[in-house]
Design a protein around this ligand. Structure first.
Ligand SMILES: [Fe+2]
Ligand SMILES: [Fe+2]
Length: 237
């Protein structure tokens, strides 16, 4: 990958900013949480590049979306979650102004960052929500939303669900039970249905299919309840 020197500077800024604020707010877990959030931003940056290619985005859209991906969660540790997008838009705008970026581009980046925290509704049909988003949001915001949502579907979702279980001393069968319990796949399906761009939807389908295959395979490989436990229990009564 060819590194854009300006994006390098932004990534350094975002990583340092998130670490500093997370450590101040939570000295015990701040480093771990900010590191995970930074790597999520890298996934979103990776996703957005695939979407931009697929959607044949023009240079200005590429710049807005790539910067948006790097900065979209920068204020995860300075304010309550419901304000992180608004504050993140401000942080990005201040950075871009200092770096001499054109005001017009800065406004569009800030808007895309603000709009990435979309209020999805569990009760409203996905098709209605997609129609509303397509009618009201600019294309760059739709692409950034998709890039963010895609990190909740597929391998990345599986890893995020399984890794913390390792730290809590859960055994593989316990992690497998949780992953196949229904809700992780339900959430992945919910996110997949809310993707709006053609490329984002194709990527979402592929990731969701892999997720389903993984869960099916998991059920064939890992025993999730001990067939001898009941026999042993019955014998001890
Ligand atoms: Fe966010
Ligand atoms: Fe995010």
């Amino acid at each position: 990958m060819i590194i854009n020197p300006q994006h390098q500077k932004m990534a350094d800024y975002v990583r340092t900013y998130m670490l500093r604020n997370a450590q101040m707010g939570d000295p015990t877990n701040g480093t771990r949480r900010a590191t995970a959030r930074y790597w999520h931003s890298l996934n979103v940056y990776n996703n957005i590049n695939q979407i931009l290619d697929g959607e044949q985005a023009i240079d200005e859209e590429r710049e807005i979306c790539q910067i948006g991906a790097l900065f979209h969660d920068v204020d995860s540790y300075t304010v309550e979650h419901s304000y992180h997008a608004t504050r993140g838009a401000e942080t990005a705008a201040i950075f871009l102004k200092k770096e001499g970026y054109p005001a017009d581009l800065t406004v569009q980046v800030a808007q895309a960052i603000r709009q990435h925290d979309h209020d999805f509704d569990d009760e409203q049909p996905a098709t209605e929500q997609i129609a509303e988003m397509r009618a009201t949001l600019p294309r760059v915001s739709l692409m950034l939303l998709d890039a963010d949502l895609l990190d909740k579907i597929g391998v990345s979702n599986i890893m995020a669900a399984a890794l913390p279980m390792g730290r809590t001393d859960k055994q593989a069968y316990e992690a497998a039970r949780e992953l196949t319990s229904g809700w992780p796949l339900e959430r992945a399906r919910f996110w997949r249905d809310l993707l709006t761009t053609t490329t984002g939807r194709t990527m979402g389908e592929q990731r969701f299919d892999f997720y389903c295959q993984f869960l099916e395979q998991l059920k064939t490989e890992i025993v999730m309840s001990d067939p001898f436990a009941q026999v042993a229990e019955a014998a001890s009564v």
